[in-house]
Design a protein around this ligand. Structure first.
Ligand code: 5GP
Ligand code: ZN
Length: 144
């Protein structure tokens, strides 16, 4: 992959990784940066990004993805230990259809408190019948 494709000049998270625009940094190593989300779902919400530009998840190398998730796990533990979180949501959006706003892969690590009052709009649907569900599963299996 060419070098330029790892750094997008108009990408806000590349600019944060390059320290060209400020962010409140929680953790940093050679490959990964963690900073506070400017619009937290719950206060303490952090974003885990690779310093190099990758997007979406399906185009992100496995080793990079593994590192991101291992760091996300550490952030989750810190949210429980340091902030007293009772739970943590770890989320990762891909594509505008999925609600992604910044097209540089990032993992949301969101501390949750029993009394935080937040409810995801998790509106579970139903399949028409078992065959419909099985057909979709079959399509997926063929592409693995
Ligand atoms: P997405 O919808 O792409 O999964 O999430 C993007 C997240 O990035 C949002 O939660 C948003 O608040 C956060 N965000 C967008 N721009 C900035 C920024 O300039 N600084 C910080 N710290 N967070 C940002
Ligand atoms: Zn980027």
């Amino acid at each position: 992959m060419k070098k330029w494709s790892r750094r997008m000049s108009d990408c806000i998270f590349c600019k944060i990784a390059a320290k060209e625009i400020p962010a409140t940094i929680v953790y940093e190593d050679g490959d990964v940066l963690v900073f506070m989300d400017i619009g937290p779902i719950i206060k303490g919400h952090a974003l885990v990004i690779p310093k190099k530009h990758y997007d979406p998840v399906t185009q992100t190398p496995d080793d990079v993805l593994a590192k991101l998730h291992l760091v996300a796990k550490r952030i989750a533990q810190a949210q429980m230990n340091a902030l007293g979180a009772d739970g943590v949501n770890i989320m990762q959006n891909n594509g505008t259809a999925a609600g992604q706003e910044v097209p540089h892969i990032h993992i949301h690590v969101i501390p949750r408190f029993s009394d935080d009052g937040h409810h995801w709009n998790w509106n579970a649907k139903k399949y028409d019948d078992f065959d419909e569900m099985a057909e979709l599963a079959g399509k997926l299996r063929k592409h693995l």
